[in-house]
Write a protein that binds this ligand. Structure first.
Ligand code: HEM
Length: 412
C-alpha cells in the first residue's frame, strides 16, 4: 500500500458534475501520479493507460476472489458489496463467464467464441441493415426524435436477440431485465435496485428455461440451439447454458445503446469531424473506434490481485481490489496525442474500451458492425442533424451514455 497519505481530491462519481464531465475528475486522478483509494468501493482506482492495460493483461489479476481467500472471507466480501441474499443473481450472474477464471472460463468462452468472430458477425449485416432501415424511415419522416430512446434503444437488443433466437417482440422485456441487472453494478447501489436486479434475474431465468426446453425438443439454427447441443454433449451444464445466454443478451444491450448516443453527440459537438466523416466514408471504421475511445460506454471494471503486486510503482498486498478506469485510460495524454480532441481519422486508435486479456470483449466486432451500419445510414439518408437540447448523461461510474438525445433531422 502507498505509505504516504493520499492528498484530498474531489471525486464524486455519483454526482451531477461527474455525469456532466467525468473527464475533469479523471484528469485529476491521473495527475495524482499514483493509484487513488476510493473508500466506498474499497478499491484502488487506476486511470493511466499504461497501468490499466498492464492490469487487464496480467493473468494474476482476477475478476473473482474465488479460491483466493477462504469461503468465510469471500462471503464477508460479498456481503460488504451487497451481493448476498440474492440467490438467482448469485447463481446465474455472479457465476457467469465474465466472473469466473481459468479453465472453466476458457472452456465456456471457446463454446461461443466462433459465433462472434468477424466473419460470422459479418453475416448479420443484412439483418442489421434491414432493421436500421425499417426503424429509421418513419423517424426521419417525423423530422425530430430522441435518437437514444426512439431509435438506438431498439437496435442492439434486436440484433443480439436475433443471434440467440429470441423473438423480436420480447426484446423490450429483455432490455428492461438487462438494465435492472447492469444498474446494480454501478457505485452507490440501493436496496431497491438490489430487489429489481434479483427479480430481473429470476424472471430472465424462467424465460430462458422455457426457451431452452423448446430448443431441446426442436433445435433450430440459432446460438441457443448450439448452446443446447453443447449441453447435451456434456460441454456445459444447465446452469452454464442459462448464465452464458443471459450474459450475452445483457452484454449485447445497454453499452451499445450508450455509445450510439454518445457517438452521435460527439459528432454534433465536433461539426468539422462530422463533415469530414460525411465527405470520406472510408473513415467510418476509425470514427467508430474513436467514439469508443472518446466516451467509453463501460468505463469501470475491477480486478483482485492474487499475489503481492507492484502497481504504478507501489506495493499492494494480495487480495487488493483495483478499479480499471477504461474511460480515463482512453483519455490519457501520455498515450493519445490531443486526447481530449475527437478525431474521426485517428490512427491507430489503440483504445481499451473493450478491455484486454482473458476477458477481452467477445462482442466487440458485433458492437462495431451495429455502429458502422447505423452511422453510414445516417450519413446517407440525412443532409444535416441538429441537436435540439443538450443531453444529460447517466450518473455513476460503470456506465457512460446520454439519457436521451433529441435531434432534428433534414433528409438528404
Ligand atoms: C458498446 C459495446 C461494448 C463494450 C464497450 C463492451 C465492453 C466490454 C469490456 C470492457 C469487457 C471486459 C470486462 C473486463 O475487463 O473485466 C467485455 C466483456 C464481455 N463482453 Fe462486451 N462490450 C460491448 C458489447 C458487447 C456485445 C454486443 C456483446 C455480445 C456478445 C458483448 C459480450 C461480452 C462478453 C460475453 C464479455 C465477457 C468475456 C469474457 O469474460 O471472456 N459485449 N465487454
Amino acid at each position: 500500500m502507498p505509505s504516504s497519505p493520499q492528498p484530498p481530491l474531489d471525486f464524486d462519481p455519483l454526482g451531477p458534475a461527474f455525469a456532466a464531465d467525468p473527464h475533469a475528475s479523471y484528469r485529476r486522478l491521473r495527475d495524482l501520479g499514483r493509484p487513488y483509494y476510493y473508500a466506498p468501493e474499497d478499491t484502488w482506482m487506476l486511470t493511466r493507460y499504461a497501468d490499466v492495460r498492464a492490469l487487464a493483461l496480467d493473468e494474476t489479476m482476477l475478476r473473482s476472489v474465488d479460491g483466493l481467500v477462504s469461503p468465510e472471507e469471500q462471503r464477508a466480501l460479498q456481503v460488504k458489496a451487497g451481493m448476498h441474499d440474492m440467490p438467482y443473481h448469485e447463481r446465474y450472474v455472479q457465476q457467469n463467464m465474465l466472473d469466473i477464471e481459468g479453465q472453466k472460463h476458457d472452456r465456456q468462452r471457446k463454446l461461443v467464441f466462433r459465433d462472434f468472430t468477424p466473419a460470422l458477425v459479418e453475416r448479420q449485416r443484412p439483418y442489421i441493415q434491414a432493421l436500421v432501415d425499417r426503424l429509421l424511415g418513419p423517424l426521419i419522416e417525423t423530422g425530430h426524435f430522441d435518437f437514444v430512446g426512439d431509435f438506438a434503444a431498439h437496435v442492439p437488443g434486436h440484433v443480439i436477440g436475433h443471434i440467440l433466437g429470441v423473438p423480436e417482440a420480447d426484446s423490450p422485456q429483455l432490455r428492461r431485465w438487462s438494465e435492472h441487472v447492469v444498474r446494480y453494478y454501478n457505485v452507490g447501489r440501493t436496496i431497491e435496485q438490489k430487489q429489481q436486479a434479483e427479480t430481473a434475474v429470476r424472471e430472465f431465468h424462467a424465460y430462458l428455461s422455457g426457451m431452452i426446453a423448446e430448443r431441446h425438443k426442436r433445435p433450430t439454427d440459432d446460438l441457443m440451439s448450439r448452446l443446447v447441443t453443447h449441453e447435451k454433449a456434456g460441454r456445459t451444464d444447465a446452469d452454464e447454458t442459462i448464465s452464458l445466454a443471459m450474459l450475452i443478451l445483457m452484454a449485447g444491450h445497454g453499452s451499445t445503446i450508450d455509445v450510439l448516443g454518445s457517438g452521435l453527440h460527439s459528432l454534433l459537438r465536433f461539426p468539422d469531424q462530422h463533415e469530414r466523416l460525411r465527405a470520406d466514408p472510408g473513415l467510418m471504421r476509425s470514427a467508430v473506434h474513436e467514439m469508443f475511445r472518446f466516451e467509453s460506454p463501460l468505463p469501470y471494471f475491477h480486478r483482485f490481485s492474487t499475489r503481492e503486486a507492484l502497481v504504478a510503482g507501489q506495493r499492494f498486498p494480495r487480495g487488493t481490489r483495483f478499479g480499471l478506469l477504461y474511460g480515463a485510460a482512453n483519455r490519457d495524454p501520455e498515450q493519445f496525442e490531443n486526447a481530449d480532441h475527437f478525431d474521426v481519422g485517428r490512427q491507430p486508435v489503440r483504445h481499451i474500451a473493450f478491455g484486454g486479456g482473458a476477458h477481452f470483449c467477445l462482442g466487440n466486432h458485433l458492437a462495431r458492425l451495429d455502429m458502422e451500419i447505423i452511422f453510414t445510414a445516417l450519413n446517407q439518408r440525412l443532409r444535416s442533424i441538429q441537436l435540439r437540447e443538450e443531453p444529460t448523461y447517466k450518473r455513476g461510474l460503470s456506465v457512460r451514455g446520454p439519457q436521451a438525445l433529441q435531434i432534428e433531422v433534414f433528409p438528404a
